[in-house]
Design a binder for this molecule. Structure first.
Ligand code: 13P
Ligand code: 13P
Ligand code: MG
Ligand code: MG
Length: 365
């Protein structure tokens, strides 16, 4: 059987209300488009969903990654949905579509993309993680725990197929360069880079023993594409599970610790990442706090069997409670760092204008 490609392509093409969630008509329009593509055999299967105000297209096909037809399908779907969003005057209609002309690949045009190609195993459980009000660096800590931390993933110790470790591909998003580190040998080097999650992002993870792909994340930074703040690069992540990869529970476990990520109000704050069931992916308090959902699928001959709403489990209640506690604490800092991002990292900055205005009022100390 030909290799299978799992493509997750997403964009914010209009928020309802403000940036909190998505209007049902956008989901309907996207489903309509992808149903046509499935009938026309372009796709084997698809699932359309949303995390907050981001429209998520989860698709299977046999055309490989970065395929022009699939990217064009996603782009045209976003354009069609933007039309609906504009007719409803939804907030920021077409927000993430930064270009007018499609040139073969949605990368660099605004949407976020995570795609992987593999031979379907006897059983193929995958999790698609989707975030809102955060940025791609948010996956660094959980990915490290899933694939490199034996206190998180028992399989690294117990499963001989995982025992050799994993290779982490890291991208420097400012320089558009990638570097690979092998774990466990180069773990401390890896951490030095990925701890700086604004610049260095884990892009993909491969099993060392056979080079098989285990995870792939979107690493698109909108502000670097657009040259200014245009909304946050709410990220997606695909993780293959079981049989030589982290078990489903090992892939979910890192999210029981609500780590601090950037995003939240105006993409300009630090706050805790809250793991939520699908129906709670509606960030409203101070446009947050940042959310993550996990959609679990079994893939069968390319068909997406699912999703299971994996954070819809009371065992994540404590993480959610803690998130609210951290959110209260962080909010009390108001416009002060470290709740507000550092100057260098601010996306909606008024500082440039202020500096011009007050230039002549600065005196030597
Ligand atoms: P089961 O025995 O329920 O299949 O679980 C095995 C496993 O790997 C759990 O992580
Ligand atoms: P989104 O990136 O989810 O559109 O959020 C932008 C924002 O400014 C929220 O306050
Ligand atoms: Mg938005
Ligand atoms: Mg969003």
């Amino acid at each position: 059987m030909a290799r299978l490609t799992l493509s997750v392509i997403k964009a914010d093409i209009g928020g309802y209300v403000g940036h909190s969630t998505i209007h049902p008509e956008l989901l309907e329009e996207a489903k309509k488009r992808l149903t046509q593509a499935k009938k026309g055999k372009k796709l084997i299967d698809f699932h359309v969903t949303h995390c907050g105000d981001d429209l998520e297209l989860i698709m299977t096909h046999r055309k490989g990654v970065e395929n022009k037809d699939i990217h064009k399908l996603a782009w045209d779907t976003f354009l069609a949905c933007t039309k609906v969003a504009k007719s409803l005057k939804l907030y920021g209609a077409g927000q993430d579509l930064l270009s007018d002309t499609f040139s073969g690949n949605v990368k660099g045009m605004g949407p976020g993309v995570a795609e992987m190609e593999f031979e379907e195993r006897k059983s193929e459980p995958v999790i698609v993680f989707m975030g809102d009000k955060t940025s791609p660096g948010a996956w660094n800590l959980p990915l490290f725990k899933m694939f490199a931390d034996p206190f998180n993933t028992a399989g690294i110790v117990i499963d001989p197929a995982m025992h050799d470790g994993f290779i982490f591909e890291v991208v420097d998003v400012y320089e558009s360069k990638t570097i690979r580190f092998t774990c466990p040998e180069e773990m401390y080097h890896l951490l030095m880079f990925i701890g700086a999650m604004r610049k260095y992002m884990i892009k993909a993870i491969y099993r060392k023993r056979d080079g098989e792909i285990g995870a792939v994340a979107s690493t698109q930074k909108l502000s670097l594409i657009a040259g200014k703040y245009v909304g946050k690069d709410d990220p997606v992540l695909i993780v293959r599970c079981q049989s030589g990869f982290p078990a489903v529970g090992e892939a979910l476990e890192p999210f029981a610790f609500p780590h601090i990520v950037e995003g939240w109000m105006r993409g300009s704050h630090h706050g805790p990442l809250m793991p939520v069931p699908f129906h709670h992916a509606t960030p409203s308090r101070f446009d947050g706090p940042p959310r993550v959902i996990a959609a679990g699928f079994q893939i069968a001959d390319g068909k997406l069997i699912g999703p299971v709403d994996l954070f819809n489990d009371p065992s994540f209640d404590e993480a959610r409670r803690k998130c609210n506690e951290i959110a209260n604490y962080m909010r009390q800092h108001g416009p002060f760092e470290p709740h507000r991002l550092g100057l260098q990292d601010l996306e909606y900055t008024t500082m440039d204008q202020l500096m011009k205005k007050f230039k002549n009022r600065f005196k030597a100390e």
